[in-house]
Design a protein around this ligand. Structure first.
Ligand code: GDP
Ligand code: GDP
Length: 439
């Protein structure tokens, strides 16, 4: 399940960074060279009362603004971003300074959004400063909570309050055989066009699941008798200016979509190929054991000869070496070329994710593999693989019982993985090999 997202909004110097440092266990390092965005330091992982969550410092995003009224404009954009993205918004104000006009403006936007907001009055460093918090009732955002980020005071209360607003755990209403699809890719590669082209061909079940915004931005559709859910489609189907802006700044949204998906459709622009951001997201999907299909979109714009497809395929697998199992679809959302294949590919990959191989068959494969290519000995010691069995599906996971796990080299595991794929396919899904030693 995706972690709840907490956005922190506030003017410069109110103490947001200090608060982050106090709460956070680690930074999520995602660097991206979009000018004006210092991404690397804006996402943080944190945990409270066994609930993990992600924090975004919207103040760390340097929005490109004109020179006049820079701060109010920045603040407004931050607030809008927070409203779009977050489950809970922490609005941090300065208890020493009191309310300033920019605070009021942000408060108005936040109030109108209906999102849960926790009003945090920072720099309440001692008990006798507590009366300073009362004036903040005027912002109309409920009870302010006084903290000192610097002295680590009242942070527990703040986090208690924050966690209360999280969506309940495990509220997934979809049935097991629905395939959850996340369409991921950089802005402008054609995700929205692809989504619309895809949905245009099938029956879309418009769901008006009331309640959480999260549910209502998923789109349900069926292709034949297969049910699908396209995760996080709202921003794609109707795209406003602010949604475009938000998309530029939100890798976290993509990661959360990946978390919730069974299969990730990674969309590339044929003109640009694979970028650093694609590698990061693809790597994340791979680590999470998700199925992956790569769509090379805007194929209509490429001048082709009989080697073009091959060359593209090689380049992509070169850049995304760990995704050699992922099928590639060369498509055009504009002309709809090959779009009709995607639903069947998704279904096929889903079947691969659930594929089971019997223990007998696996051990035959293991024997044959070792005959062709015996496990090399290491430091004069001889590794032995006794037995292999499939422990689980999605992703298919195999346990190898061995004498000493340290003796088996990574490259031998690679070799076995390749043998498994040659024999059984597993197209589109990562597979895992786990070594288990004798105790
Ligand atoms: P940001 O710009 O909102 O990220 O603010 P910073 O975290 O960089 O803090 C701005 C200034 O306020 C720094 O000098 C901090 O030391 C100071 N500061 C942060 N939290 C507190 C606090 O709880 N009490 C006091 N007195 N100062 C604080
Ligand atoms: P998103 O930001 O990833 O959702 O991308 P959009 O779907 O908004 O597409 C960005 C731009 O690329 C728009 O101008 C689309 O018309 C254009 N576009 C999308 N798909 C294709 C395609 O297959 N071929 C061509 N030539 N243009 C496309």
């Amino acid at each position: 399940m995706a972690k709840p997202l907490v956005a922190v909004v506030g003017r410069p110097n109110v103490g947001k960074s200090t608060l982050f440092n106090a709460i956070v266990n680690k930074r999520i390092s995602i660097v991206e060279d979009i000018p004006g965005v210092t991404r690397d330091r804006i996402y943080f992982d944190a945990e409270w009362l066994n609930r993990e969550f992600t924090m975004i410092d919207t103040g760390g995003i340097e929005f490109i603004t004109d020179n006049s009224h820079v701060i109010p404009k920045m603040m407004r954009l931050q607030a809008e971003l927070a409203i779009e993205e977050a489950d809970v918004i922490l609005f941090v104000v300065d208890g020493k300074q009191g309310i300033v006009p920019a605070d009021e403006e942000v408060a108005n936007i936040l109030r109108a959004s209906g999102k849960p907001v926790v009003l945090v009055v920072n720099k309440i460093d001692s008990v006798n400063q507590e009366p300073n918090i009362y004036e903040f009732y005027n912002l109309g955002l409920g009870d302010p909570i006084g903290i000192s980020a610097k002295n680590l005071m009242n942070l527990g209360d703040l986090l208690d309050d924050t966690v209360k607003h999280f969506p309940p755990v495990g509220t997934n209403v979809d049935d097991e055989d629905t395939i959850h699809v996340a369409v991921i890719g950089r802005p402008n590669v054609g995700k929205s066009s692809l989504t619309n082209a895809l949905l245009g061909q099938d029956r879309v079940i418009v769901s008006d699941v009331a309640g959480t915004t999260r549910d209502s931005i998923d789109t349900y559709w069926t292709h034949g008798d297969q049910k699908f859910v396209l995760i996080d489609t709202a921003g794609m189907r109707r795209k406003s200016k602010i949604e475009e802006a938000v998309e530029r700044y939100s890798i976290v949204r993509s990661l959360r979509s990946v978390d919730r998906s069974d299969i990730v459709v990674l969309v590339l622009d044929a003109q640009d190929g694979v970028t650093e951001q694609d590698k990061k997201i693809a790597g994340y999907a791979y680590e999470a054991g998700k199925g992956v299909i790569i769509v090379v979109n805007k194929w209509d714009l490429i001048e082709k000869d009989d080697k073009t497809t091959l060359r593209f395929t090689e380049d992509i697998y070169d850049e995304l070496g760990f995704l050699q199992f992922a099928p590639i679809l060369f498509a055009s959302a504009l002309t709809k070329q090959r779009i009709h294949r995607l639903a069947d590919m998704l279904k096929f990959v889903s079947e691969q994710q659930y594929r089971r191989v019997s223990t007998g068959t696996l051990n035959q494969l293991l024997q044959d593999a070792q005959t062709v290519n015996p496990v090399p000995s290491r430091n004069g010691r001889i590794p032995k693989i006794y037995y292999m069995t499939q422990a689980s599906v999605k992703p298919p996971t195999f346990i190898l019982f061995v004498n000493e796990p340290e003796l088996i080299h990574f490259s031998y595991m690679r070799f076995l993985e390749n043998r498994l794929r040659e024999s059984f396919g597993f197209e589109g899904t990562p597979i895992r090999l786990v070594l288990r030693g004798k105790k």
